[in-house]
Write a protein that binds this ligand. Structure first.
Ligand code: 5GP
Length: 208
């Protein structure tokens, strides 16, 4: 059986709170792009902690990417198995953004819950960079769009996906680095009390 790590809503909240000053110090995003569904809740919580007095809230755009599918024979109903292909289920809302050119020169923070094989993040960064570059050359701008990444958990393992060196070195934030275990997030729980009980039990076992 795969080792499981139970993460509560409180844990998520505190991980975002802890990461926010580092992200502000490093990057000061003016737009967030949440990868759904796991990036939505962290992005919303993070936004409260990134808010600067006198400045408006940072807008959140959503994109939907899907790599994992529930396979009927995976042995554990909670654990999903990796697909090999990223499916785009939703892209940027152009009615809200106006035109893609509105992304030119922005500082964009991409938010997801977990960096596992990195396939999803590689896809998101590559496709967003491609769209922005196209828009930039159309309007003949020399303004660069910068990308940064925030995830709650990065699994310390051999990655399949590759991220641009600059992002990885300078603008990659993972609130926690964990082993190759299955992380159970609260928004996936069908019984949140049982989920919280299992999280508390694991914490007590570790003497925390
Ligand atoms: P990657 O492309 O990095 O392999 O996987 C990213 C996506 O896979 C995540 O956004 C998430 O939906 C799913 N995923 C990978 N590992 C886990 C995990 O341990 N727990 C949960 N709940 N989802 C995971």
């Amino acid at each position: 059986m795969v080792e499981k790590l139970y993460v509560t809503y409180n844990d998520v909240h505190k991980l975002c709170q802890e990461a926010a000053p580092k992200i502000l110090n490093d990057f000061k995003p003016d737009l967030m792009i949440a990868i759904g569904g796991g990036g939505y809740v962290p992005a919303r919580i993070l936004r409260s902690f990134l808010k600067q007095p006198g400045s408006p809230n940072i807008p959140i755009q959503a994109i939907g990417l899907s790599l994992y599918e529930k396979l009927p024979n995976s042995g554990d109903k909670d654990v999903e198995e990796a697909g090999t292909k990223v499916t785009r289920t939703q892209w940027l809302d152009m009615s809200a953004l106006g035109e893609m050119s509105n992304l030119v020169g922005r500082r964009v923070l991409i938010v997801d819950e977990v960096d596992d094989t990195r396939t999803t993040l590689e896809y998101a960064v590559r496709e967003l960079q491609k769209d922005v570059e196209e828009a930039r050359s159309k309007i003949n701008s020399d303004k660069k769009t910068e990308f940064a990444i925030f995830v709650l958990h990065n699994k310390d393992k051999q990655k399949k996906g590759i991220l641009p060196e600059d992002i990885l070195k300078n603008h990659y934030h993972a609130a926690r680095t964990v082993g190759d275990e299955w992380i159970c997030y609260p928004w996936e729980a069908t019984d949140i009390d049982e989920h919280d009980r299992l999280a508390a039990e694991a914490r007590a076992k570790k003497g925390l």
